[in-house]
Design a protein around this ligand. Structure first.
Ligand SMILES: [Zn+2]
Length: 99
């Protein structure tokens, strides 16, 4: 199975076909549906790490998208995906003892 385009998880399953007959996949990790060979390019881990740093600088999404040469739509999806992960991750953090 291909990697998820959003979270790069390999927990993906076949999920029917899109209108032109291409195989569609569903990510069990983040719930995103995608096709294996999309027209938009893959964003590699290095670029994602750079984006994460730029986001911390509170730059505009449009500015970041131009700087790292990704689409604003992809970046918006990426930010949404990250935002959605935060509360889920927070829920599994154990209570601090002492410290
Ligand atoms: Zn995913």
């Amino acid at each position: 199975m291909p990697q998820c385009l959003s979270c790069q998880s390999q927990h993906t399953v076949k999920n029917g076909h899109i209108h032109n007959g291409k195989q569609r996949f569903l990510c069990k990790q983040c719930g995103r549906q995608f096709v294996e060979h999309p027209t938009n390019k893959l964003i590699d881990a290095e670029t994602r790490a750079l984006i994460d740093r730029l986001l911390l600088e509170r730059l505009s999404l449009a500015g970041i998208a131009r700087a790292v040469q990704v689409s604003e739509q992809w970046l918006q999806d990426y930010v949404n995906m990250k935002a959605a992960q935060v509360p889920r991750r927070a829920n599994v953090v154990p209570k601090k003892r002492g410290l």
